[in-house]
Design a protein around this ligand. Structure first.
Ligand code: C5P
Length: 315
């Protein structure tokens, strides 16, 4: 069985405070994108893992993954435990998502194994339950198990669909970060929209733990951040999405790895509507108006020596 393990970007990532267990309380809109690892699952006696076909920057970062620590193997063992099954699974990962890039690559693989084994072994575990189980593997796993644009809260373990199916946005007010108010366009068709993005990674490896450790959260509650991004996504308005992007960890990541700021400026100079960082970095992304513009910007950045990819959001 082959399963696509979609990477994600965070359209918003707010850090609300530190919890007694040392983790941070988050509120984030997590959106899967078309960049994906390919996960193949085959019946086997033991749980095994083979990593193949590492093409670009993902390949250079791969030796950093200890195979025993690999989140895909942990996901398979978790499924053995909850199902009580003794059989194993041969996992083959074709890596395309850069590791340590804030794109949730390892978590995507784990989510694909959870969803894949649930189907292959006929377990019938409902997705919201599978998502909760996934939280013990990593904070991004529940969101990627659920799939589609997700509102992620708590440490990452509380996930809900981000957009209200069938909702109609009618000329609602969009409160911008600079205090201005603009009108979101009226729209009646409410299938989730596709947004076109360019990813850029300067080659820095950001450890999530390192970024959170250096982050000092003293930010006020800003309910408009979630309100604005939801409204913009619901309206399918890429310029409004671009305005509503927010990542509280970005300033810390740029301070520790200034090359992230350079990659960000490259995307801005290339004409992206808005730019932000994904997760704890180091990948930054820009919103553009369509697939051909995304290809064009990605090509330009690649020529400048950055790892870059044109992608689109996945429902
Ligand atoms: O859960 P995950 O393995 O992705 O987290 C890696 C590290 O990032 C944690 O050990 C913790 O230091 C930090 N973290 C945090 N708050 C979160 C998620 C991660 O402090 N909500």
């Amino acid at each position: 069985m082959k399963v696509a393990a979609y990477a994600k970007v965070n359209f918003t990532l707010e850090v609300l405070g530190v919890r007694p267990d040392g983790y941070h309380d988050l509120r984030s809109v997590v959106v899967p994108i078309s960049l994906a690892d390919e996960v193949t699952l085959a019946p086997a006696d033991e749980v095994t893992l083979e990593v193949v076909g590492c093409g670009d920057r993902g390949a250079t970062a791969l030796p950093d993954i200890g195979v025993d620590d690999n989140l895909a193997m942990r996901a398979a063992r978790l499924m053995q435990r909850v199902s009580g099954r003794k059989e194993g699974v041969a996992i083959t990962l074709e890596k395309r998502i850069p590791v340590g890039g804030g794109l949730g690559g390892g978590s995507a693989d784990a989510a694909a194994v959870l969803n894949g084994l649930n189907e292959m072994w006929g377990l019938g575990i409902p997705k919201p339950e599978l998502a909760i189980l996934g939280a013990e593997i990593g904070s991004d796993v529940p969101a990627l198990v659920l799939g589609g644009p997700v509102l992620m809260e708590g440490r990452g373990e509380r996930v809900t669909e981000c957009l209200v199916p069938g909702a109609v946005v009618h000329g609602a007010e969009l409160k911008r970060k600079d205090g201005h108010v603009s009108n979101a366009p009226s729209t009646k068709h409410q299938a989730p929209s596709t947004f076109h993005l360019v990813l850029a990674n300067p080659g820095a490896f950001c450890s999530t733990a390192e970024i959170f450790k250096a982050f000092a959260p003293h930010l006020p509650n800003r309910p408009e951040i979630l309100y604005n991004i939801r409204l913009a996504m619901q309206a399918g308005d890429d310029a409004a999405v671009a305005l509503a992007l927010q990542n509280d960890l970005e300033a810390t990541a740029v301070r520790l790895h200034p090359e992230i700021g350079v990659a960000r400026r490259r995307l801005e100079e290339a004409g992206c509507l808005g730019v932000s960082m994904s997760g704890s970095g180091a990948t930054v992304f820009g919103i553009v108006r369509g697939a051909s513009e995304a290809e064009c910007v990605a090509r330009k950045l690649s020529e400048d020596g950055l790892w870059a990819a044109a992608v689109e959001t996945v429902r």
